[in-house]
Design a protein around this ligand. Sequence first.
Ligand code: ADP
Length: 635
Amino acid sequence: MSEKQVHSFEAETKEILNLMVHSIYTHKEIFLRELISNASDALDKARFESITKSDKYKNINDLKITISTNEETRVITISDNGIGMTKDEVISNIGSIARSGTKLFLDKLKDKNESKDSGIDLIGQFGVGFYSAFMISDDIILETRSVDSDKGVRWQSTGDGTYTIEEIERDIDKRGTDIILKLKDFDADDRDSNYADRYNIKRLIQKYSDYVNYPIMMDMPKLKEKPEDKEEFESQIMNSMVSIWQKNKNDITRVEYDDFYKAHFHDYQDPFEVIHTKVEGTIEYTALLFLPKKSQFNFLAPDNERGLDLYCRNVFIMSKCKELLPEYLRFVKGLVDSPDFSLNISREVLQHTGQLKKIASNIEKKVLELLEKKLKNERESYEQFWSEFGESLKVGIYSDFNKKDTLSKLLLFKSSEHKDDHTSLTEYVSRMKEGQEFIYYAAGSDSASIEKLPHLENLRTKGYEVLYFMDRVDEFMVQTMREFDGKTLRSVSQGSFENSDSKEEKIIDAKTNDILNAIKEVLGETKVVEVTESERLTESAVCLVSREGSMTFNMAKVLAESGQDMFGMGAERILEINIKHPIFEKIKNEFDSNKSSDLFKEYSELLYDEACILEGIKLDDPMLFAKRMNSLLMK
Ligand code: ADP
């Protein structure tokens, strides 16, 4: 037998414990849901092992959770005869919160702007479920025995920074885990906070854990035949054990779905939408899917795996089966129950089954249909959904070419006509002006900087609407999308302004042409690939646009920020000049008097620098720019 060892919690675990005990005041009751959910997971695993490795797990037919309470000693015990833990497992699972997101969790939890409710939300997201028991306990003992070990283990902590761990004798019949909580004093004014009261526990089980697939047993007073009979107890099942997804849709209220979602997927908010679908035929399955209201703030982090839980006739097979959800729908939570999968199917085999692919594609279709319906009928709530998950759907457009048409109908953008709300592309097209051929978009980090772009001047005059691209993925998405409803999407700062056919008909007078060519010569190929007369400017003198087919300035910026310079392929620059601007008149005069004068060169360079500054591009040589400026000012 090993000695009792004292271990310190890691600094971050300590901090979480401290916050758990001192800062979170509401919803303490969820500790029970968390512990029951852990117990239920442990039973799932035992059942699963019993199918795959039958020799070790013989007497596995009586899987259950047992809860006992004692009002006098104020102790409540939650026991399961599930998979149990070895000593090493206790140390790594219970002794630390070894998650990459822990730091983030702490920051969020400490953030004063976060409401107390969000604290609870975070508990679930980061799997500090077990620790929630410290909100209501002074002292926690965990005793467990794994089938893989011939000893039991006792872990104990008062949540003050250390825990002890020791090996104990524990009979093999006592496979599984007991969690023994020494309860804190309760608030006398609030009977609901007395967790030693068995009726209170019964109420909480029914509220949060009714659907749990295993019986949750508790001793309850037997009905007395005569009032003078002495009180006797009998073990009763506290939960209905009917998994919600196997029930008939019409018998389930929205509140029941919401409660299931919150308990099962660790969210404190009701879901945005629920999809419950049953399919029978060559392929048979039930899917219960939830679209959350809010993205979990770490949902793009790689350790937050996507996927749906997989069950076979109510029996859990695996969590987060990622083959059931495309990447761009990673925010969807839920489960699939199908009798078509055998229980001991491995992840590797699963990947290749046709059934799984079929189910996945049906699920994807269902989700997209629902979103289409929402967009059509419940615009306001769709907009809220969009602000949380829109970016994810955009990623779908460039990751799955086949979904392009369906997904592009679901897109929303802010625009020059919809600065406070959003427009869809269909709506944009319906507002297009007579003679307008393109769907215009402008990229930038926010609407204020987009609205300052000189490139919008003439579009504004013509009354053409411009979409605001403010997500980093937007322009990459457009590369795949290219057009919508037969109309090409066109960047306001790339290529020609309107249709190239009409441009060719335009006669640029020979003199202007000479001047533009001369300016290009001064600037040289490395700076600009072309200098042209601008059709998009009405007030400003110059702007830069990128050559059609090359990258846009914004894309180049996004890539540079993320450290990908794309083999040095930048945006090819075209300098556009507003030849109606008085400055052009000056240049023309200078050109007429002396084509190769220094002043003409200086004007050319300055105009180019000015265009770069307007575009947010760093000047190659700011000193030289200042010098030229000064010399002009002194003239
Ligand atoms: P989470 O359940 O979100 O992973 P917890 O802190 O609640 O986070 O639990 C940490 C881990 O401890 C679990 O993932 C599981 O491996 C283990 N564990 C907790 N409770 C039990 C139990 N009753 N039986 C077996 N293992 C358990």
